[in-house]
Write a protein that binds this ligand. Structure first.
Ligand SMILES: Cc1ncc(COP(=O)(O)O)c(C=O)c1O
Length: 394
């Protein structure tokens, strides 16, 4: 399928592209002008109107949850909004019932946002983490998982797409290996918005993600999806009126003894207090914006651009592409190393000398670029010429 949207029009709605070659949606996305306008309108309306505007802000928040739920193929009631992916991982890890000796499996290519909350949970409870190498190959993935799986395994917590190399993992296979009693958390930060992610197909208990990368929504938007049967495994550690069931009321003062706190079984128990409702209003606009371009067309475009980048970079002497060649095994993230040059230095040179926004990968020392729905063949050409020059002259 060819790109069916007009790339020039799309790029015209992203003014930063006049000055930069933006290949870093994997870190933060850039917001299209129509979405930004809606975002600023929501902000102004709520901040100017305060309480008089709150119902509109809350409605837009709820509408956004419907849109996200539709995209992910789940019930909106099972989604809690929060600030970012890190928030979502913490929401699950903070109260997860671990016993001394329990084990948690994750991969060697996780973002620290995944590792640290679970490490803290292990420290509190006397549990330990085990790390598996990743592979897009199903047999190898299963073998790697089995090598770390023991009778003590309680949780498998892993990204669907590695933020280091863009490898896409067959995470739907995990359930078949670990059985029904091990909790599975999938970090979809690098997958939602890149290709179709329908949560029911992942066979997971918890799925977390954010709105600010591939959905190109506002910074400060994240989510967790809870499988209703598993939400008891994530008891909240913050409490508010929505955390308890029935919700708090002033009648509590009349009762003696005070009613026992019964924690709500709903995802909303993780949402509390006065929030940036307006941010989420704009998340719906961001989702709608890309949906109008067409998700299949976007995916096809990213496949074409990332293939082009991988093939062209691989032809440069001294350059090694670390991301898999096949789209089904990979994503819009393309990671490569340059012989004799640390990733950090190469990344800095690409920023300073060529105005190419990307990021370094620490280990193996390399550079990661992200091909998004707006990436052009000219962007890739500029990248390839810059990398060629770095590989030749340093
Ligand atoms: C796979 C993965 N998980 C988690 C995070 C952290 O995301 P956030 O900044 O939304 O907390 C990132 C950010 O790059 C990521 O790539």
């Amino acid at each position: 399928m060819a790109t069916t949207y007009d790339l020039d029009t799309v790029r015209g709605e992203l003014p930063v592209l006049h000055d930069w070659i933006y290949l870093n949606t994997g870190t933060v996305g850039i917001m299209a002008e129509p979405v930004l306008k809606a975002h600023l309108d929501y902000l102004a309306h709520y901040e100017r109107g305060g309480h008089t505007a709150q119902h509109v802000a809350v409605e837009s928040y709820n509408h956004s949850k419907l849109k996200l739920a539709e995209l992910l193929g789940v019930d909106p009631a099972d989604i809690a909004f929060n600030r970012n992916a890190t928030d979502g991982i913490n929401a699950v890890a903070a109260g997860f019932p671990l016993q001394p000796g329990d084990e948690i499996i994750t991969s060697t290519e996780e973002h620290p946002a995944m590792v640290i909350p679970w490490l803290a949970a292990c420290d509190r409870n006397g549990a330990r983490m085990r790390f598996m190498p990743i592979s897009a190959d199903s047999d190898q993935f299963v073998a790697n998982l089995l090598a770390q799986f023991t009778p003590q395994t309680r949780v498998v917590t892993i990204s669907q797409v590695s933020c280091e190399t863009g490898v896409r993992l067959p995470v739907d296979l995990i359930r078949g290996i670990v059985g029904p009693d091990v909790a599975i958390l999938i970090d979809a930060s690098q997958s939602v918005g890149q290709f179709e992610v329908k949560i029911p197909k992942l066979n997971a208990d918890f799925v977390i993600g954010n709105g600010h990368k591939w959905l190109a929504g506002p910074k400060g938007t994240g989510f967790v999806w809870f499988k209703p049967e598993s939400i008891h495994l994530a008891p909240p550690v913050y409490f508010h009126s929505e955390t308890v069931d029935p919700h708090w009321s002033r009648d509590y003062y009349q009762s003696d003894p005070l009613p026992a706190i019964k924690v709500s079984g709903k995802a909303e128990r993780f949402e509390f207090g006065t929030r940036s409702w307006h941010l989420f209003g704009a998340l719906a606009n961001a989702i709608e914006y890309q949906a109008t371009l067409g998700w299949p067309a976007i995916e096809n475009h990213m496949r074409t651009m990332s293939n082009h980048a991988k093939e062209s970079l691989a032809e440069i002497p001294g350059v090694r592409v670390l991301s898999p060649g096949e789209w089904e095994d990979s994503s819009g993230l393309v990671t490569f190393s340059i012989a004799g040059m640390q990733g950090e230095l190469a990344s800095q040179r690409l920023w300073d000398g060529y105005k190419i926004a990307q990021r370094r990968v620490a280990s193996p020392s390399s550079v990661r670029v992200a091909c998004a729905y707006f990436t052009s063949a000219e962007d890739i050409q500029c990248l390839v010429e810059a990398v060629d020059s770095l590989a030749r002259h340093g």
